[in-house]
Design a protein around this ligand. Structure first.
Ligand code: HEC
Ligand code: HEC
Ligand code: HEC
Length: 106
């Protein structure tokens, strides 16, 4: 019971924090390094789809809240790392066959 309360408190705090300085929500990041097309990462979509900032901002994934600190390649994504942690056809749409859902032609 006590643990449950702690978990609930932590969750509410995390939700409060995320709305207070909700960067990624209301904000989009553009990754322009690929000839396949610019990738637009929408913070709002991800905030709705994912429980907390720490689902992504943690060691081994995207530790820094700063763009450009992690080099993203398709090899990593296909191997189930970086964006591929979720974009594997289970938590979110799969990368293979869905290029244009991330890479917008410009
Ligand atoms: C879940 C989103 C997502 C999907 C789906 C996706 N990509 Fe990417 N891709 C990225 C991101 C993010 C980068 C990094 C871009 C940057 O650094 O500016 C990238 C980089 C690349 C690069 C350059 C780096 C490398 O690995 O060679 C190529 C080429 C590429 N993608 C091709 C594709 C193709 C082809 C598909 C479909 C089979 C695809 N991508 C699907 C997100 C995605
Ligand atoms: C679905 C994954 C994901 C979630 C969830 C997420 N972020 Fe991010 N965030 C990223 C990625 C990827 C980057 C770029 C990191 C890089 O390029 O090294 C980033 C970058 C940032 C940046 C730097 C933006 C810039 O212009 O340089 C800030 C600030 C940030 N995130 C804050 C947050 C906050 C606050 C939350 C929770 C509300 C959050 N993020 C949730 C993936 C996520
Ligand atoms: C923690 C899980 C997670 C990570 C990591 C993640 N995503 Fe997503 N993403 C989702 C979910 C969940 C959705 C919504 C469900 C769906 O569309 O399949 C989504 C949706 C998207 C969409 C569609 C957005 C829209 O507006 O329709 C794009 C584009 C996208 N992600 C790109 C990325 C890129 C690029 C990265 C890496 C920088 C990334 N995602 C990392 C979970 C994640």
């Amino acid at each position: 019971m006590r643990n449950l309360i702690i978990v609930i408190t932590a969750t509410s705090l995390a939700l409060l924090a995320s709305s207070a300085f909700a960067v990624s929500s209301g904000k989009t990041l553009e990754f322009k390094g690929s000839e396949t097309g610019v990738v637009i990462f929408d913070g709002a979509t991800h905030k709705e789809a994912v429980a907390s900032c720490k689902d992504c901002h943690k060691e081994g994934l995207f530790p820094k809240m700063k763009q450009g600190t992690v080099k993203i390649t398709m090899e990593e994504i296909y191997a189930g790392r970086l964006c591929g942690v979720c974009h594997n056809g289970q938590k979110a749409f799969e990368a293979k066959g869905n290029c244009e859902r991330c890479h917008v032609k410009k």
